[in-house]
Design a protein around this ligand. Structure first.
Ligand SMILES: *[C@@H]1O[C@H](CO)[C@@H](O)[C@H](O)[C@H]1NC(C)=O
Length: 270
């Protein structure tokens, strides 16, 4: 039997940098320099692989940092440092600026110690439901490469234009269909983006929790999130076809797909 390490070494030898690794093999940890947040990293990082950063706002702005652990583990295992803005067991309410705190911390530790592989030039912000609203709140921080809105949108219709019309970074909406109270708000926000802003929207019909239980365990949402991060943060153009050619997303269970200005996305591959 060929070991995973041998396969990884083989891939690294023949492709530029097959970025990972072992799906779902990513542990979470905490760091005394980043109180009240939960950090997910791949369990092993080949020497020449860089880890872009995803800061994530939890559902309800109060879910624990492990409430959707399997989803974050899966994402991290593809070569990302995922920082979730609540402690592993905390159910305390968190503020939107914790996302900025996470990015500040990532910038500080990148290149040092266990974070030697972290690439601070590639940081995304995302969030689920109330956490998605927090991503919107800090959306104009110039560091974000992209914004991920998961089952979220401005519930107050009067806020849609003021918020959405200011978004310039590529923004991706992953909505849950008719069972998702964010379906209408998210769709409305998408419609109010500047037409020059690269954007994608789709619905997986899994409801507000994306799996019916709020655990983000369904393959459709995991696949879409991984492809989003691979394209926007790693510059992987193979992953891009999930969004630029509806066939893949449709096969994965996504409907109501629309996009605009995706041809403006240009990311140097790492
Ligand atoms: C690029 O993305 C595709 C689709 O997700 C994946 O199969 C491939 O391994 C990725 N390549 C690298 C170098 O990460």
């Amino acid at each position: 039997m060929i070991s995973i390490a041998a396969i990884a070494a083989f891939c690294l030898g023949v492709t530029s940098q097959a970025a990972i690794i072992v799906p779902r093999q990513a542990a979470y940890s905490t760091d005394s320099g980043l109180a009240g947040q939960t950090i997910y990293m791949p369990s092993t990082v080949p020497a020449n692989v860089k880890l872009p950063v995803i800061v994530w706002g939890v559902g309800g702005c109060s879910d624990s940092g492990t409430a959707t652990a399997e989803f974050h583990q899966e994402l991290a295992s593809y070569g990302f440092l995922v920082i979730v803005n609540n402690g592993p067991t905390s159910r305390g309410t968190v503020a939107a600026d914790t996302l900025v705190t996470a990015a500040n911390w990532a910038e500080k530790v990148a290149g040092t110690g266990k974070y030697a592989s972290v690439d601070k030039s590639r940081i995304a912000v995302a969030g689920w439901s109330c956490g998605g609203l927090q991503a919107y709140t800090v959306a104009n921080d110039p560091r974000w490469v992209t914004i991920g809105i998961f089952s979220s949108g401005q519930l107050d219709a009067s806020q849609s234009v003021p918020v959405a019309s200011k978004i310039v970074k590529p923004i991706f909406y992953f909505l849950g269909g008719n069972g998702d109270p964010a379906q209408t708000p998210g769709t409305r926000d998408y419609g109010n983006l500047p037409k020059t802003t690269p954007a994608w929207i789709g619905t997986d019909n899994k409801g507000h929790g994306h799996s019916g239980t709020g655990t983000f365990t369904a393959p459709a949402i995991k696949t879409a999130a991984v492809r989003w991060a691979q394209w926007l943060l790693r510059g992987n153009t193979t992953a891009a076809t999930f969004f630029t050619n509806n066939a893949e997303a449709t096969k994965a269970g996504w409907t109501g797909i629309s996009s605009q200005s995706l041809d403006k996305i240009a990311v140097t591959p790492i």
